[in-house]
Design a binder for this molecule. Structure first.
Ligand code: PRT
Ligand code: MG
Length: 218
């Protein structure tokens, strides 16, 4: 049995066409069913549904043989988790977005940075934000949040946020402007190294099928 870890929402939705191109139909819609383990048209392949940030943990510890996770999740890790025990085998080019710095309309980010004043930054991505601002020599106070980052600059909790942006409409709706891109993000296929040894043939075939599917959709 091969177990693939996916998260509900955009990663699941964007993975479906790739799975289909690899000859795999998922047998249930996670938005309609409450099941956490879903069968596929291949009797030897199943999908487990986990939180986006739990995908690396499942794959690392062998709860899944492979999984799809955003580069943001993989790079942010959480210290000791930081991607050890995981092969990052393929850029699937799905769930694309960018990690960016945004501020309230009218806030002079460039001047604040230039003056060397401390910048209060709210984010879920404290690790990536710390790295980014350190590389620029900008002094920051980081405030860890778990969601609704957009609210922080509007309430005076922070001067800036570091968050994912895709269409930009969330920022716009909250009168925020993107002032700097930190990196481009897409989802990656990650594999458990031990599984790759033990189930080499079927996993290799599946990874190759994914690779061909990505190539044909580029
Ligand atoms: O919801 P949960 O806490 O379980 O996890 P999650 O929120 O991390 O999961 P999910 O499904 O929302 O995101 C999974 C992955 O999708 C992320 O790890 C990213 O790699 C990728 N992705 C791609 C995005 C976006 N685009 C995205 N736009 N993840 C989140 N967003 C959010 C962003 O945080 C902001 O709130 O959408 C909003 C901005 O979107 P626009 O279109 O208004 O700019
Ligand atoms: Mg979400």
């Amino acid at each position: 049995m091969i177990t693939l870890a996916l998260s509900k929402g955009r990663i699941f939705d964007d993975s479906l066409p790739l799975l289909r191109a690899a000859g795999i139909e998922v047998l249930e819609d996670p938005e309609k069913s409450r099941k956490l383990i879903i069968g596929t048209s291949r009797p030897d392949v199943r999908v487990v549904l986990v939180r986006a940030s739990d995908v690396p943990t499942y794959v690392q510890h062998g709860g899944a043989d492979l999984g799809v996770a955003g580069l943001d999740v993989l790079l942010e890790g959480n210290g000791e988790q930081g991607g050890a025990g995981l092969y990052r085998v393929l850029d699937l080019n799905i769930a694309r977005c960018r990690l960016s710095v945004a501020v309230r309309e009218g806030f002079d980010y460039a001047a604040t940075v230039k003056q060397g004043s401390r910048l209060k930054v709210a984010t879920k991505y404290t690790h990536l934000a710390r790295q980014f601002f350190a590389s620029k020599g900008v002094h920051v106070d980081l405030i860890k949040l778990y969601g609704s980052m957009e609210l922080a600059p509007l309430t005076g909790l922070a001067d800036a946020i570091v968050d994912l942006v895709s269409t930009g409409s969330t920022l716009k709706a909250n009168h925020l402007v993107e002032v700097e891109k930190i990196m481009d993000i897409s989802s990656r296929l990650v594999v458990n190294p031990a599984a790759l040894k033990l189930k080499r043939e079927p996993l290799r075939a599946l990874i190759d099928a994914f690779e061909a599917a990505v190539g044909s959709q580029a």
